[in-house]
Design a protein around this ligand. Structure first.
Ligand SMILES: [Zn+2]
Ligand SMILES: [Zn+2]
Length: 187
């Protein structure tokens, strides 16, 4: 049994089902770690993953590597691509792995069997890449904390903007994703 299948049960439990995304995500993650000479069973504390999708493969990357958004080790750059980059903060080395295979198993086929027949070079393209963490993207304590002059919310990690000489949050500066309907009192 290929090594990647060891992760399949865990991925299915975490994600809710076995799908092509779990299989590809596990294989991409193991390949990324191999390129960086990192052992998937080690603590991987210097690993940062850039996900170019927030679909199924994202969960598989978590299951294999244990990196989480809350530890600032997962950056989502949603290009809508089944691709991810693996950055080792210790060495600065990074590799991007992207799915190039346009084949999908037919509905009647077992996805595990289908993808097992494909080698990594059948499925993926690999690039050595340079990645510079943007200011405020580093793991660790926030390097900047300010208050939005418009809404009063606290803004961490250089996400604030200066508009007309005032420090404001992105929601106040741009059109937010939400529309305030009413303020609810908790008293
Ligand atoms: Zn899925
Ligand atoms: Zn604001």
């Amino acid at each position: 049994m290929p090594v990647w299948q060891d992760y399949l049960e865990k991925a299915a439990a975490y994600h809710g089902h076995i799908c092509g995304g779990q299989i590809l995500g596990i294989r991409m993650s193991l390949l990324g770690l191999k390129l960086l000479n990192l052992d998937p069973e080690s603590d991987l504390k210097d690993l940062v993953i850039y996900l170019e999708s927030d679909r199924c493969v994202a969960d598989a990357a978590y299951v294999v590597t244990g990196v989480t958004v809350g530890r600032r080790r997962v950056k989502i750059q949603n290009y809508g691509k089944t691709a991810m980059s693996f950055l080792d903060l210790k060495t600065g080395d990074a590799y991007r792995v992207a799915v190039t295979s346009r084949e999908h198993p037919p509905h009647s086929a077992d996805p595990v069997e289908f993808w097992n027949k494909k080698t990594d070079s059948d499925i993926f393209k690999v690039q050595k890449v340079g990645i510079k963490l943007a200011p405020g993207e580093e793991p660790g304590p926030p390097s900047r904390v300010v208050i939005c002059r418009k809404c009063g919310d606290e803004i961490l990690d250089h996400k604030d903007l200066t508009v007309d000489g005032q420090t404001v949050c992105r929601a106040c500066a741009e059109k937010p994703y939400y529309q305030v309907l009413s303020e609810i009192s908790l008293k």
